[in-house]
Design a protein around this ligand. Structure first.
Ligand code: KDG
Ligand code: MG
Length: 408
């Protein structure tokens, strides 16, 4: 069996999805996602210029050897662009493998450990009352877990994760007016004065059952993060996400010394080498890698297995950064993983997105049910894709009030 062709498509409804299609001499094809948010043309070029020419003629069933060939063969290892490109190839090869077996992908990992996987929604408000309305909206829809992000009084711009248009607006964060980023202003003191009390009030309003998550989005220094984690301990958060930028992994020790609040980190990690020490030293509770950014199913499954040895559960990234293909790969891992925790999931199933990526995975009452179709269970309509193309866009950047550049 041989790979005869592979194509990359960039574009989609409201997003620059990077979709890879690998075609074989037996008519079976596989699909993968290489969408690297706001840098989409780069994994696409890596695939087109270097990886695809080396894929043609290989046996697609040898997904492990192909992964090692690209990872070791590049000499310069890791990095989000390369790992997203390898991730798409790997996802597509697992898709082919499961289609050949005529099984849904989770069967190749060891079958289902659960029927539905818990997901969390994003609640957002420009102030606390708005946020409470937004949480109530998701609770009424049956969600058991909600991430809560709030505008901070007195902060000149809205703060991370706060949507522009009210309670159900998806904060896509990409500004498609070009590659020059908009600027936001961050003020740690205002955040530290407001957010712990706001989280307490949310807990009081919604009671003990609701799983409440909050994303600091890398904004605090280690000592501040420890103070924050201590201050919110009584709120009983499901997790506190990215309290500090995790490049300095020893910072997490300080948080642990001061608080038992569960910590979730990893959406910017792209390899096991970014998180093995955090996991082995049991400094985190949830690992947030995404199948796309972290080298595909082959590599992420290794991270999940290492995490399981250290009581670290999964909480894969699922912002509207990834295409339904990555979300499906994660849904199959979620169905299997003995150490599954939760899945971030923003409903993107607009009619346009469903037409581009037809699939039968379902979301009912805040639980995700993986489809039993062979493979990933997501298709890609090339005729639909023909109407989309790449649109330049950017994340905002963040500065302190005096102009100092800060962490987005
Ligand atoms: O591209 C950046 C986004 O994926 C990120 O800001 C989303 O932090 C995020 C989250 O938790 O979903
Ligand atoms: Mg996050």
């Amino acid at each position: 069996m041989k790979i005869t062709d592979a194509k990359v498509f960039v574009g989609g409804p409201g997003k620059n999805y990077v979709t890879l299609k690998i075609v074989t001499d037996q008519g079976v094809y596989g699909l993968g996602d290489a969408t690297l948010n706001n840098r989409e043309t780069l994994p696409a070029a890596y695939l087109q210029d270097y990886l695809i020419p080396n894929l043609i003629g290989r046996d697609p069933r040898n997904s492990e050897d192909i992964w090692q060939f690209f990872y070791r063969g590049a000499y310069f290892r890791r990095g989000p662009i390369a790992m997203a490109a390898f991730g798409a190839i790997d996802m597509a090869l697992w898709d082919i493998k499961a289609k050949l077996a005529d099984m849904p992908l989770y069967q190749l990992f060891g079958g289902k450990s659960r029927d539905g996987a818990l997901v969390y929604a994003h609640a957002t408000g420009s102030d606390l009352e708005d946020l409470i309305d937004s949480i109530a909206f998701y609770v009424e829809q049956g969600y058991k877990a909600v991430r809560v992000q709030c505008g901070i009084p007195g902060m000149p711009t809205k703060g991370y994760g706060v949507a522009d248009k009210g309670l159900t607006d998806t904060p896509f964060i990409t500004d498609f007016s070009g590659v020059h980023p908009k600027e936001e202003i961050w003020d740690t003191d205002r955040y530290m004065r407001f957010m712990p009390a706001a989280l307490s009030e949310i807990r009081d309003r919604f009671g003990p059952e609701l799983k409440i998550l909050h994303d600091v989005h890398h904004r605090l220094l280690p000592r501040e993060a420890a103070e924050f984690a201590k201050a919110v301990e009584h709120v009983n958060l499901f997790w506190l996400e990215d309290p500090t930028p995790a490049d300095d992994q020893s910072a997490l020790k300080l948080i642990r010394q001061h608080s038992t609040v569960p910590i979730a980190i990893g959406e910017v990690f792209n390899s096991i080498w970014d998180c093995n020490q955090l996991i082995e030293n049991e400094l985190i509770d949830f690992i947030r890698v995404a199948v796309t950014y972290a080298g595909g199913i082959t590599h992420v499954k290794r991270i999940v297995d290492l995490a399981a040895l250290h009581h670290v559960r999964t909480g894969f990234h699922g912002a509207p950064s990834h295409s339904p293909l990555c979300m499906a790969a994660q849904a199959h891992l979620n169905a299997w993983a003995p150490n599954f925790g939760i899945q971030e999931y923003l409903v993107l199933d607009t009619p346009e997105c469903d037409a581009l990526f037809p699939a039968k995975h379902t979301l009912i009452n805040g639980m995700m049910y993986v489809s039993d179709e062979p493979g990933l269970g997501v298709d890609f309509d090339e005729n639909e894709a023909a109407q989309y193309s790449y649109k330049p866009g950017s994340h905002p950047i963040v500065r302190l009030e005096d102009g100092t550049l800060w962490n987005y």
